[in-house]
Design a protein around this ligand. Structure first.
Ligand SMILES: [Zn+2]
Length: 342
């Protein structure tokens, strides 16, 4: 089959397209004919090489996939060839104590489609049947493919880990990213007021169009001061951050009493100091989040299928343009998803 892959780690120049082995449907799995696959920053990190992650090369990336079932393995029930599906990129063992509790992203053998195993930047991909999500006929493949990873991450981080409720306020940093744009839409759906931080006037207006009530340009202002101004000196109930080191102190300063900070990444660096006295006096909580459980994934995809949440798509490109797509994402030139069609 035709696929996009890399044979060695490096920059966008290592991406190539060509022939790859056909996946075969094993017990409990199906092979899906890919109609659309979206890129994530994860694809760039995997391509560069992650410490502790040893890949079989060549490696096919792509965690976000939508398509049609092509082949059904033994023991799979309830699905037919031709069914339209989106794939859940979270892969769990189903046997450990965390899986038993339904906490799939904490699985002792947790993996991600396109990171640890061959992903969807190809004509066909194999997944476990429990990772299939049925999509309605009127949901375009490119839209369905743009949602799974970012929307499940934002959903768990805001709702389960952050406990965001109707009438509360949320601050989202790095607001032009995939999870952040999903978070802005989800927070609005939950009835929260959204404050956001991004950089540059173009991103400011785009984030405002997405539904953020107040948008700060981090190049122009100290956003923690801005948050105080726009919350009558109180701060926000919840901060969602993946910028890490560069924004950590300002994120903590932006919190109200009983405020919560949820982190799901650390793109600018892994270290952040906490003023402990400030933490107990204001009774602040800091928690982490990554990916989502099967039920969280299905809940958020239900909203995407119903049209309550619509992923922002920057561009749709042919799979042959994989190198260019990596370059655009790496240069930070994409606002929203880059979708590839084989
Ligand atoms: Zn497990």
């Amino acid at each position: 089959m035709y696929a996009a892959f890399f044979r060695r780690h490096g920059g966008p120049e290592v991406m190539e397209t060509g022939e790859a082995p056909e996946p075969v449907a094993a017990t409990g799995t199906v092979v899906v004919s890919v109609r659309a696959a979206a890129l994530n920053h994860l694809d760039l990190w995997v391509r560069r090489g992650l410490p502790g992650l040893t890949l079989e090369l060549p490696h096919i990336g792509g965690s976000d996939v939508a398509g049609v079932i092509d082949e059904i393995g033994p023991g799979v029930e309830g699905w037919e060839v031709g069914d339209r599906v989106a794939l859940n990129p979270s892969l769990w063992c189903g046997e450990c104590e965390w899986c038993e509790r339904g906490e799939h992203p904490l699985c002792l053998d947790f993996k991600i489609l396109g990171e640890h195993v061959a992903g969807g930047t190809a004509e066909r991909v194999r997944v476990a049947a429990r990772n299939l999500y049925r999509i309605p006929d009127d949901l375009e493949f490119r839209v369905a493919a743009a949602a799974p990873l970012a929307y499940q991450t934002a959903w768990r981080a805001l709702k389960t880990r952050g406990g965001l409720k109707d009438g509360e306020s949320l601050l989202v940093t790095g607001a032009s990213g995939g999870v952040s744009t999903a978070a802005i839409q989800i927070a609005r759906l939950l009835g929260a007021r959204v404050l956001a931080v991004t950089s540059g006037p173009e991103n400011v207006s785009r984030v405002r169009e997405l539904g953020a009530d107040v948008v700060f340009d981090r190049l122009e202002t100290d956003f923690a001061e801005g948050v105080k101004e726009h919350t009558a000196g109180r701060g926000v109930n919840l901060v969602l951050d993946s910028v890490g080191e560069a924004t950590w102190a300002q994120c903590l300063r932006s919190l109200s009493r009983l405020g919560r900070l949820v982190t799901y990444g650390a793109t600018t660096g892994p270290r952040g100091a906490v003023e402990i006295r400030h933490m107990f006096w204001k009774q602040i909580s800091v928690s982490g989040s990554t990916m989502a459980s099967r039920s969280e994934f299905e809940a958020v995809m239900g909203h995407v299928a119903a049209g309550d949440l619509t992923p922002v798509i920057h561009d749709v490109m042919p799979l042959a343009a994989i190198r260019e797509a990596h370059e655009v994402l790496e240069a930070g030139r994409a606002f929203g998803k880059l979708v590839l069609e084989p």
